[in-house]
Design a protein around this ligand. Structure first.
Ligand SMILES: [Zn+2]
Length: 315
């Protein structure tokens, strides 16, 4: 995406960003689960990294065979100790007075966040009769406290249902580009839109329903997890189709190619191949490269969130 793809007059709503970079503690203790989403094995850690993502309970544990993360540790984590960062520096850096602002990684991501939330704020009541709740994306480095426990950058971007925040260490994108071959600025937009897709699932109650289904039917736990993740991919596509009224002025074919490439890069089969662990479909939590691309594309071509019924599609 070139600079021209942003509205040159756009003003960053920095209140949607909690900038904790530089203020994060490197606390100890493991990450309780939290998000779900893109999962990428981290270097040398037993529990790899879950990139974009939510669906907490299954993600990390199931994918890497480290045991299932108990839901209670997630929601029971509480948001205590979650320190809010200071976004004033970011607001200043990304102000219209800085002609370079659209070339800055953090500014661009802030504008994506604004655009994604602007869209859902309009769309959610219309389509699902649910009021949208504006939330924040937390920019952190190395590690931070979350409502889902202490998280390190190794887990990749994720959504925490307990505190309803999207978490991302922006250095993740370098890994997405170099290790997983998904460069491009719109790959970043896809990652964020996927995470906010989990926020939508939280607001509509889909996430809670799926958790119940998983408890009632443990043997299908991963199947349900995949359905949730693919729906978040589809919602990302829906946003991409409808972007254009906010800070993001235009989305072109090249952007969509970048998003599709990223969706494939974080497919479970690709990640398992990259980890050298062999491909085992039964352990998948996010879906194959092909299905992730397909669902993003379904969202993009229809622009209609009601077409993102991945749950029925799994039955
Ligand atoms: Zn996800």
């Amino acid at each position: 995406m070139s600079d021209n793809d942003f509205d040159s007059n756009a003003e960053l709503d920095a209140s949607q960003i909690d900038d904790r970079r530089g203020s994060d503690s490197s606390g100890s203790g493991g990450f309780g689960g939290g998000g779900g989403g893109f999962t990428i094995p981290g270097g040398g850690r037993t529990v790899g990294g879950s990139i974009v993502g939510l669906i907490v309970l299954v993600v990390v544990g199931a994918l890497f065979g480290t045991g299932t993360i108990d839901l209670s540790t997630l929601s029971g984590g509480g948001a205590s100790g979650t320190s809010s960062g200071d976004n004033r520096a970011l607001a200043q850096k990304c102000a219209a007075s800085n002609p370079q602002r659209f070339t800055e990684l953090d500014c661009r991501n802030g504008f994506y966040v604004n655009d994604i939330q602007q869209f859902w704020n309009r769309e959610l009541p219309t389509t699902f009769g649910v009021r949208y709740k504006v939330t924040k994306a937390v920019f952190f480095s190395r590690s931070t406290n979350t409502g889902c426990g202490q998280a390190t950058s190794d887990v990749g971007p994720f959504y925490c249902p307990a505190d309803e925040l999207v978490y991302i260490d922006l250095s993740f994108y370098a890994e997405l580009s170099s290790r997983f071959g998904a460069p491009g600025q719109f790959a970043q937009a896809y990652v964020l839109a996927h995470e906010f897709g989990h926020h939508i699932q939280n607001l509509t109650g889909t996430e809670r329903r799926v958790r119940q289904l998983q408890q009632q039917n443990p043997s299908k736990k991963n199947v349900y997890s995949v359905a949730l993740e693919l729906q978040a991919d589809c919602y990302a596509g829906v946003w991409a189709k409808n972007a254009g009224g906010g800070p993001v002025a235009t989305v072109d074919d090249k952007d969509i190619q970048e998003a599709l490439q990223a969706a494939a890069a974080v497919g479970d089969d690709r990640i398992q191949q990259a980890a050298g662990a062999g491909v085992n479909q039964e352990t998948w939590t996010h879906g194959s490269a092909k299905s992730r691309q397909q669902w993003f594309f379904t969202g993009y071509t229809t622009g209609d969130p009601t077409k993102c019924d991945t749950l029925s599609a799994t039955r």
